[in-house]
Design a protein around this ligand. Structure first.
Ligand SMILES: [Zn+2]
Length: 154
């Protein structure tokens, strides 16, 4: 059986990973996931195996059963590892998040009241202005592909 391999990493490029055989892609509404991601929910993908191909995450023990991985340089949340070794990686940290669409949501008791209204948010009324502003921005973010060498901005 062939293996499916997906790459990803943090925003600054100090930490890169190679994930083998992604499984369930989920969002989790629990309060710890909200806090760990600084967001309304966490998006995570279970993987059979992860190799840290550049650098390594920092870890924060967020509970008696798991640790949260993040880039100690830039702060990007990278995932969660249970004490039994199961790893889930942050969906947005994959080079191609489209490759791992979510299929399930967990811990609905923690769901924020406005979550269900997100698709109805008012769109940017002046998309041409947005493009104009974005054109002036030079990204220092690591690109969404492997790089032989990479020097992250301090
Ligand atoms: Zn980083």
């Amino acid at each position: 059986m062939s293996e499916k391999v997906l790459n990803g990493g943090c925003q600054c490029g100090a930490v890169r990973f190679r994930a083998t055989n992604p499984g369930t892609s989920e969002i989790c509404h629990c309060r710890m996931c909200q806090k760990a991601f600084g967001n309304y929910f966490a998006a995570l993908v279970a993987v059979e195996r992860v190799e840290w191909t550049r650098g390594a995450p920092g870890w924060f023990r967020s509970s008696n059963v798991s640790q949260r991985g993040f880039c100690a340089q830039c702060g990007t949340p990278l995932g969660i590892m249970d004490d039994d070794g199961d790893v889930e990686l942050a969906t947005g940290a994959f080079d191609d998040p489209e490759a791992v669409p979510p299929t399930v949501q967990f811990n609905l008791a923690g769901k924020l009241s406005y979550f269900d209204h997100l698709p109805q948010l008012t769109p940017q009324p002046q998309p041409e202005k947005e493009a104009e502003v974005n054109a002036k921005i030079t990204s220092y973010q690591h690109p969404d592909h492997e790089t032989a060498d990479w020097t992250q901005r301090a």
